[in-house]
Write a protein that binds this ligand. Structure first.
Ligand code: PLP
Length: 396
């Protein structure tokens, strides 16, 4: 008898990634010869720095073609621990035993969700939030509790807002600073009060710091610098964004040793080690500190110049509201009330693509349908032209 596919209960609520869906639509239009300005992408437009590519090429020739330990090669885990200790870590220094290397910070986030949360658990998700947190928590069969951020404070949440949303079943929360999609950065004080609350309540904190190094005015603080104890803290990072290494697929977690062992076991039965050659590329990024810092600074300076340029472009339209981006490479624009649509973000994204040839991501992907996300990780003139068209579409 032919078998027709019926999704298992595990994936019954799984949705296609909205960012990838927008990218596919923009590609289709480009394929028809329509010059779309693509502000949907979530990746740097720079090449991976040459010294990293060269280290990878050498590693292949030297035989980095076989399985490694599931949790990653020791020199890389040591370099990640050393990198973490370059900032003022509270308590004892981070050790390699706390580091598990994975196929991207996305995998580390998923490892953490599966290992810490399960049926009956509530997980607080400050919203807007990166699109995959909801799906990951649900795949872990836990319950997502969206905590809407304050529009008067860059759509960030406070400890009091998290406390008000908590239940006796609350098991943890997701934190993301600098934020995708808003570019907002939590201050040291904001992070300190959230971390203190979580510690008092015995909640896991999964701190996604993938954009930590891409921050402008004041820089962004790591939870490692602030949390008085690491007992309930999982810090997630990776090379994708800061080092322009999205395709290499290397991320990691820094977590208590017992949890790190559990995540290694889970990863060992699902994907095993991340690609050996990519680990050696990441090793160059994390251990050739002077070269890496120079490359990262250059890219962050370029993002900052573009950020300034797109903000200046939007200021020409005083009625357009947006979150002032202090980090990452996104700008979150308010489209509430757009053409009276029930989902204004989706209606706006469709209209601006069809009528103005600009691809953006609807805010419903991040739990806030009244907004859209535009990425300025593209040539400055394209980013400025794209944001200008967005503002024209909004104010027409
Ligand atoms: C907030 C956030 N976390 C995690 C990721 C995943 O990054 P990686 O390429 O390291 O898996 C992304 C990528 O878009 C992101 O924006």
């Amino acid at each position: 008898m032919p078998l027709s596919f019926q999704p298992s209960p595990n994936i019954a609520r799984l949705k296609e990634s909205a960012t990838l869906a927008v990218a596919a639509k923009a590609r289709a239009l480009k394929g028809q010869g329509i010059p779309v300005i693509d502000l949907g992408a979530g990746e740097p437009d720079f090449d991976t720095p040459a010294f990293i590519r060269q280290a990878a090429a050498q590693a292949i020739e030297a035989g980095a073609t076989r399985y490694t330990n599931t949790e990653g090669i020791l020199p890389l885990r040591e370099a990640i621990a050393a990198d973490a200790n370059r900032i003022q870590v509270q308590g004892t220094p981070v050790t390699a035993a706390e580091v598990v290397v994975s196929n991207g910070s996305k995998q580390s986030l998923y490892n953490a969700c599966v290992c810490c949360f399960g049926p009956g658990d509530d997980v607080l998700i400050p919203t807007p939030s990166w699109t995959s947190y909801f799906e990951m928590v649900e795949l872990a069969r836990a319950n997502c509790v969206a905590v809407p951020g304050d529009p008067a404070n860059a759509l960030k949440v406070t400890a009091a807002m998290l406390e008000a949303a908590a239940t006796p079943r609350t098991k943890g929360l997701m934190l993301n600073s600098p934020s995708n999609p808003t570019g907002a950065v939590y201050s040291r004080e904001e992070l300190a009060s959230i971390l203190a609350l979580a510690s008092e309540r015995g909640w896991w904190v999964i701190a996604d710091e993938i954009y930590l190094r891409i921050a402008y005015e004041t820089g962004a603080q790591s939870a490692l610098e602030i949390a008085s104890s690491r007992d309930n803290l999982i810090v997630i990072n990776g090379v994708a964004k800061a080092y322009a290494m999205t395709g290499w697929r290397i991320g990691w977690s820094i977590a208590p040793v017992a949890l790190s062992k559990a995540m290694t076991a889970f990863q060992g039965h699902t994907t095993s080690n991340p690609a050996a050659v990519s680990q050696y590329a990441a090793l160059a990024a994390m251990s050739e500190v002077a070269q890496a810092d120079a490359a990262v600074s250059e890219m962050v300076a370029a993002f900052r110049t573009r950020r300034d340029a797109v903000v200046t472009a939007l200021k020409a339209f005083p009625s357009v509201r947006y979150v002032h981006p202090e980090g990452a490479f996104y700008i979150y624009v308010n489209v509430e009330g757009f053409r009276g649509a029930a989902d204004p973000g989706a209606a706006f994204a469709a209209a601006v693509l069809e009528e103005y040839q600009v691809a953006v991501v609807p805010g419903s992907a991040f739990g806030t349908p009244g907004w859209i996300r535009a990425s300025y990780a593209t040539k400055q003139e394209l980013a400025v032209e794209g944001l200008t068209r967005i503002a024209r579409c909004l104010t027409a």
